[in-house]
Design a protein around this ligand. Structure first.
Ligand SMILES: [Ca+2]
Ligand SMILES: [Ca+2]
Length: 141
């Protein structure tokens, strides 16, 4: 466990760092694609939201949300990922939507940093953003 501090600028520079961002998103995509067919199905995405805690931390859903409400929220999130509405999410769709989400998070954070408690093996993109920022600071120091 550790605590990372993250603000809008950190998230934004991560998203705008094409190489790191694409690599991280691709890694995430591959690890979510559990049946390795190159696309994310609805159930694979569902698992992703649960493990990445997307619903709670990034979409502002609180713990009191009922399973029915969560399902509805998940449905609408899935639809926004699935741009061509073919029922699965390919890497391009995933990448562009994650980018949108990250930028929305960056806007939300603005210049007031938040603290996030993360596990050492946390694979969330926010953690990667913080790691990248830390590496940058270390380099410039
Ligand atoms: Ca799949
Ligand atoms: Ca699709």
């Amino acid at each position: 466990m550790g605590v990372i501090i993250i603000d809008g600028a950190t998230v934004r520079s991560f998203v705008n760092d094409d190489v790191h961002f694409k690599t991280s998103v691709e890694e995430q995509f591959v690890s979510l694609d559990t049946n390795k067919d190159g696309v994310l199905s609805k159930s694979e995405m569902r698992k992703a939201f649960e493990t990445m805690r997307f619903l709670e931390s990034d979409f502002g859903v609180d713990k009191a949300t009922s399973p029915e409400e969560l399902a509805a929220i998940f449905d609408s999130i899935f639809r926004s990922f699935d741009e061509d509405k073919n029922g699965t999410i390919d890497l391009n769709e995933f990448c562009s939507e994650v980018k949108k989400i990250m930028l929305a998070i960056a806007d939300g954070l603005g210049s007031s940093p938040i603290q996030m408690v993360v596990d050492d093996d946390d694979q969330s993109l926010l953690k990667k953003a913080a790691d990248l920022e830390a590496a940058r600071l270390a380099k410039s120091a």
